[in-house]
Design a protein around this ligand. Sequence first.
Ligand SMILES: Cc1cc2nc3c(=O)[nH]c(=O)nc-3n(C[C@H](O)[C@H](O)[C@H](O)COP(=O)(O)OP(=O)(O)OC[C@H]3O[C@@H](n4cnc5c(N)ncnc54)[C@H](O)[C@@H]3O)c2cc1C
Length: 394
Amino acid sequence: MHRRRFLQGAAGSGIAATLGGCVTANPSSSQLPLSPASLSLSLPELAPINAYPDRIISTNVCTRPFRATGPRIETETVGNKTLIHNYGHGGSGWSLSWGTAALAESLINADKQTPVAVVGCGAVGLTTAIQCQRAGYKVTIYAKEQPPYVRSSYATGIWSPDSRIVTLANAQPFAERWQWMARISYLRFQTLLGLAGNPVEWTTMFRLADKPFDDHGGHNIPGEPAYPNYRKELLSDLNPKARDVSPSLNPFATPHVRQFPLLMFNISAYSQYLLDLFYRSGGQIIDRTLTSMADFQQFDESVIVNCTGYGAKALLNDDSIIPVRGQTCKLMPQPEVKYGIQYFDRHTSVYPRRDGLLVQAGAEGDFNNPLANIDPQESIKAVEQLAAIMAEMK
Ligand SMILES: Cc1cc2nc3c(=O)[nH]c(=O)nc-3n(C[C@H](O)[C@H](O)[C@H](O)COP(=O)(O)OP(=O)(O)OC[C@H]3O[C@@H](n4cnc5c(N)ncnc54)[C@H](O)[C@@H]3O)c2cc1C
């Protein structure tokens, strides 16, 4: 069967995922004992987080490449070149990377002797390049920047496949494609556990709330559009599950606490893993900056996959890309901290990344904000919020 038709069929028939010809699936929740509504197990030891502004070791800002209708993954013919676009993944680029890479690769309609150019070396470009290599193509990446200087390197680094990926108004037509990409990616990440340097790992999270959880799941900044809750609607069979922490065990000051396992990407180690994998498979990376559509004509390769992320806005004059600014900072690594916290009522989250405890702040005015200016006060405030959570712990 033709590969492209197979992939479309797989998406349409709801097959869990196909990776390298093997079918694998997360066990359905119906095969497992039901999760208790409240956690009755004892909680792990929660090492205190040293949340002091003078332990901030770096602060970063970057813009998410958000498109109201979802990422652009389609083929365009430019002169004698086949240009496959793969950009605009909002706040989900790392999470959906393997799925979007598989989709872009399936759009290549050429024999395996055809060299392929991938433009871009972020989360999407690297995984697309590796996916094309696995399919048998010889791949060269062309990019203005490489990790750790790409926008992807400044992300939070968690499984967030429906974060700012499409608006609620456009959710329906994109749902099937999203689900397919999310499931491919999820399963691929499970194959990347337990590697040296822990590029991908599961961590324990606590979501704190002042009011009962309404399951909207979002953490919108004022001024943002509504987004679909795809994960709840389309991936609820994936394990493991969240549990509410019972009041008698709740170590936090907020009345409502939910404990859940979260896939986390240690971006330094993970980017290096992807680069190594690409090089080991015979790939090469060439510095090149494109300034207009016409530059695609200059490539030797006849098939080019455009993974320029937010860069596509200027390169293609694509006004459908809306910048969503995000600022993070890292506190000194604390290997003994093996949990994270999300407190969306106070726009504060922390993730126990190995390369530093990653603290994310949310600010009003981040939506449609192209400014990549660091506001030190924003991160200091988030760290102080975190300090308050620590101080209030029982
Ligand atoms: C604060 C923040 C937190 C986030 N957290 C998460 C998260 O936890 N999980 C998640 O899944 N996603 C997260 N995201 C979203 C994620 O970071 C993006 O979706 C992802 O980085 C997009 O990857 P990309 O490869 O498309 O783009 P990029 O990383 O921007 O890569 C683009 C590549 O194209 C190159 N390029 C661009 N323009 C040109 C040009 N003109 N010529 C040549 N080369 C060019 C660049 O140099 C680069 O190599 C977050 C984003 C932000 C801002």
